[in-house]
Design a binder for this molecule. Structure first.
Ligand code: MEV
Length: 455
């Protein structure tokens, strides 16, 4: 017989540990913050106040942000910067970037200026097709499913007519519909591959709505198709969703110059070019380096994707899958020297939009697009890819010359000086002092205290 006191004590402890809540989403923002403060912040009012301090003073603006997601409590600031001097296909751009990492914007601006003096970036769109899939279970004869699909393909296409009207008017729409047999990879697995053009929209909502509509049409057509043996061999829709793998939504960017124009940091042009090419080859050959090399590219890509209100998770997922398309994760960029001409280039899958979604809802995304002169989706793809290539060039250049820490530590020093409350005059003196002294949090803190005491 269990001891009743023990049962009661166990229940009491589990009650005290129960930090779950019902109906959280229905509470007001203030109530949510109070609950969180009491339940997870040990009543810490400083954290609770910070959550409120970051509310926008204009209630309407704040409401707009609150409505983006569920259970919004406050805003999370990231710096918004601009990297000027990007010459792309002969036109100058100042590229908005949202990123928390120091040195990235400086590196992009620096690389942009370097290449502007050497003809700038050349960019072109290879294709802009995206796809979505209706994933099916089907255990019957593959020839029967094939017959069904071919006989009803037109009806499937027609079923999205009303959804596609606007998109077609803008030059987009469904491009093709194919049944793919994947039973060699997974028992009973087929999918319908739908390819789309989505004009200036990223198109996720449009594609998903089309897929779900076609899936419902397929279900009803299949239930009336006499070729399928009921119960055992009727196609079943498992799910319908767009793919973030977009190898056919591709942009290419490159920079070129005579090798002799690359001399820098004590290296001749040809020494620099050869070392650079070798560094990129290493990123192709070794995923340990390839991942970090591509992370440098994503520093530029993500920052512009975020600034323009696009979906950086989709972009990240698609790009890294593309980097693995050969079966091994590789560098996204390529460098070569042909007859004394250095070329650094990259193809990047980028499903971006300049209309719809957050691009119009987030006021700062609107400002970014205005700074970029209201680009089309194709133009934005080229701009984002250039930011990535510039970033990659700057990172590899540092790595093969001065090393990456020199620039980083300079920015780190400025951050530490601000953190320890250095005045402007202390900052100027500290920058000189730390040119020859090791930068560490402790050294900087001591320097600030000592200097501001003496002053
Ligand atoms: C740091 O954010 C990015 C780098 O590591 C990229 C690279 O190594 O090429 C510097």
């Amino acid at each position: 017989m269990p001891d009743k006191r023990l049962i009661f004590a166990t229940q009491a402890v589990s009650f005290m540990n129960d930090k779950s809540i019902n109906g959280f989403s229905k509470r007001s923002k203030a109530e949510k913050i109070n609950w969180l403060t009491e339940t997870f912040l040990n009543g810490d009012q400083e954290s609770a106040n910070l959550l409120r301090v970051y509310w926008h003073e204009d209630e309407q603006r704040q409401k707009r942000h609150d409505e983006f997601i569920e259970n919004a409590l406050t805003n999370f600031f990231l710096p918004f910067a601009v990297a000027p001097n990007f010459k792309i296909n002969g036109e100058f751009h100042a590229i908005p970037m949202v990123i928390e990492e120091s040195s990235v914007v400086a590196a992009a601006s620096n690389a942009a200026k370097f290449w502007a003096a050497r003809g700038g970036f050349q960019a072109r769109i290879i294709s802009r097709t995206k796809s979505g899939q209706i994933h099916l279970n089907y255990s019957g004869e593959s020839a029967v499913l094939n017959d069904f699909f071919e006989q009803h393909k037109q009806q499937l296409k027609q079923s999205i007519g009303p959804l596609s009207k606007g998109m077609e008017a803008r030059g987009g729409g469904l491009v093709s519909l194919e049944l793919v047999d994947q039973t060699a990879q997974l028992d009973d697995y087929y999918y319908i591959d739908a390819k789309f053009e989505t004009a200036d929209a990223m198109g996720a909502n449009y594609i998903n709505s089309c897929l779900e509509t076609m899936a419902a049409t397929l279900k009803s057509l299949a239930s009336n198709f006499s070729g399928f043996v009921p119960e055992t061999a009727t196609p079943e829709v498992v799910m319908s969703i767009l793919s973030n793998y977009v190898p056919e939504c591709l942009v290419e960017v490159k920079v070129t110059c005579p090798v002799s124009e690359l001399a820098q940091e004590g290296l001749s042009g040809s020494e620099f070019a050869n070392k650079f090419v070798r560094a990129v080859e290493i990123a192709h050959a070794n995923p340990l380096r390839g991942v970090t090399h591509n992370k440098g590219i994503m520093n530029g890509v993500d920052a512009v994707v975020l600034a323009t209100g696009n979906d950086f998770r989709a972009i990240e997922a698609g790009i890294h899958a593309f980097a693995s398309r050969s079966g091994q994760y590789c560098s996204l960029s390529t460098a070569k020297i042909t007859q004394d001409e250095f070329e650094f280039s990259m193809q990047l899958p980028l499903a971006l939009g300049t209309v719809g979604g957050l691009t119009k809802l987030h006021p700062m995304a609107g400002v970014s697009l205005s700074i970029l002169q209201n680009p089309s989706a194709e133009q934005l793809m080229m701009i984002v890819a250039c930011a990535g290539l510039a970033q990659n060039f700057a990172a590899v250049r540092s790595l093969i010359t001065t090393g990456i820490q020199k620039g980083h530590m300079k920015m780190h020093l400025l951050n530490l000086l601000s953190q320890y409350g250095a005045t402007e005059s202390t900052k100027s003196l500290a920058i000189e002092h730390f040119k020859t002294q090791p930068i560490s949090a402790r050294n900087v803190a001591e320097y600030v205290v000592k200097h501001q005491q003496d002053a």
